[in-house]
Design a protein around this ligand. Structure first.
Ligand SMILES: Nc1nc2c(ncn2[C@@H]2O[C@H](COP(=O)(O)OP(=O)(O)OP(=O)(O)O)[C@@H](O)[C@H]2O)c(=O)[nH]1
Ligand SMILES: [Mg+2]
Length: 348
């Protein structure tokens, strides 16, 4: 396992935990976490003294990668890498690495490549500019040619992937329209690792991957289930996370788009979390639904993981069902609630 250092600039403990969990999901062993809560600095994000301290630790402990919790711009990445002499990644890169680890479908891989290319473009521009200036002093036409041809090759690739994903999205839309003719569609949404796939498996009596890792599910899976006499299609979807960069939401539009086309969103929340954290994650999920244009759809809240024992009275909100997907508790009530809301909405 490669050793990593984590650098945090937020006092928010949950964010600090989350970045460590992401690093571990990515296969890194976190050797040490460095924290600095001062105002962000332009050059390294953190102060020069801190940079020195971390550089020494990296040298002494054979650290392979430095992970920043906050987002870094390309110039910052480059300046920090010059000091640390190891790759520097931030939360955006880390999420992409986790996605990559779990990407099984061609579309997921394309979406990741697209996000990475777009993200790396400014970095490559600066990097090439510097290199060309070093190797071709005077910055003559040959240097400019190198930059131009490299960037245009990358832009071509971006366009090509975007076309492919567009076609994929059209196919998905067609499929989901066809499904809609046959029955109602319920999308299971929520924070990553909250138990969406376990609920999906319980509803559909399937055995999809459900692991104690972030972002196990990348590609929407659909199953047809019976609610009484009625056929309903259920989607298992990609998880949400705090601070999910907009670019990433756009890159995964093909995947998240299905939520927008459903008749009901089953929003899964972890009822075992302290109230404050529970409410924060609920807000993040609801904001994400707004961002992907799915906030007009009726919601049923699944308060999952009640087996872990925590006060849930104060967490009961709107149409909700307390359940434990892992221990098969609450599925009957959940199905009834889904039917009730689906029918209330259709007026039948
Ligand atoms: N204690 C407890 N654990 C649960 C429950 N439901 C799910 N889990 C566990 O939570 C972890 C995540 O479950 P998943 O179903 O993979 O969660 P997910 O929301 O699909 O996660 P991603 O697809 O990775 O975003 C797994 O280790 C599950 O076994 C529950 O009701 N109680
Ligand atoms: Mg899942």
């Amino acid at each position: 396992m490669d050793k990593a250092v984590v650098v945090v600039t937020t006092p928010d403990e949950v964010r600090q935990e989350e970045i460590k969990l992401l690093a571990q999901t990515c296969g890194y062993e976190v050797a040490k976490t460095f924290a600095q809560f001062t105002k962000p600095r332009a050059r390294f994000l953190i102060g020069e003294g801190k940079v020195e301290e971390i550089t020494n630790f990296i040298l002494e402990n054979r650290i392979k990668v430095a992970v920043f919790e906050d987002y870094l711009n390309s110039r910052q990445v480059m300046s920090i890498e010059e000091k640390f002499k190891i790759p520097v990644i931030d939360k955006f890169d880390l999420i992409l690495n986790v996605f990559e680890k779990h990407a099984k479908s061609r579309e997921a891989r394309l979406q990741i490549e697209l996000a990475r290319l777009k993200r790396k473009l400014p970095y490559i521009k600066i990097f090439l500019g510097r290199k060309v200036r070093e190797e071709h002093p005077g910055f003559g036409s040959s240097g400019e040619y190198i930059i131009h041809s490299t960037l245009s090759a990358i832009n071509k690739r971006i366009k090509k992937i975007e076309k492919k994903l567009e076609r994929f999205q059209e196919r998905v839309a067609l499929q989901s329209n066809r499904r809609k003719e046959k029955g109602k569609v319920v999308s299971i949404a929520g924070y990553t690792n909250v138990g969406k796939t376990t609920i999906f498996n319980g509803l559909a009596k399937l055995q999809e991957d459900a692991k104690d890792e972030l972002f196990t599910t990348l590609r929407t899976k659909t199953a047809c289930i019976k609610l009484g006499e009625e056929k309903v299609f259920v989607n298992d979807t990609l998880g949400f996370i705090r601070n999910l960069p907009h670019e990433l939401i756009y890159a995964f539009a093909a995947t998240l788009g299905e939520i927008k086309n459903s008749d009901l969103v089953l929003l899964v929340l972890d009822a075992s979390e302290p109230l404050e954290e529970f409410l924060k994650k609920k807000e993040i999920c609801e904001n994400t639904l707004v961002n992907i244009g799915a906030d007009h759809i009726p919601v049923v809240y699944a308060l999952n993981k009640i087996d872990l024992g925590s006060a849930i009275e104060e967490k009961k909100i709107g149409n909700c069902v307390a359940m434990s997907a892992k221990y098969n508790i609450g599925f009957g009530e959940l199905k009834n609630k889904i039917s009730e809301v689906l029918h209330g909405q259709s007026g039948t």
